[in-house]
Design a protein around this ligand. Structure first.
Ligand SMILES: [Zn+2]
Length: 53
């Protein structure tokens, strides 16, 4: 399952078994993204997880 990183716009594969709320790390820029499920068109929705400082 391909997703596009919200930060660096690179495409990468994620596991099919991923569930809503799971955390994905972009292999290109290392940012952490939360998997938010799919929209009606089947497009994967992601949200950037802000790092606490
Ligand atoms: Zn990225």
């Amino acid at each position: 399952m391909k997703v596009t990183c919200l930060e660096c716009q690179n495409e990468f594969d994620i596991e099919k078994g991923i569930g809503t709320g799971d955390t994905i790390e972009c292999p290109f820029c290392g940012i952490e993204l939360e998997y938010k499920g799919k929209d009606k068109s089947g497009k994967v929705k992601l949200e950037i997880i802000e790092e606490e400082k």
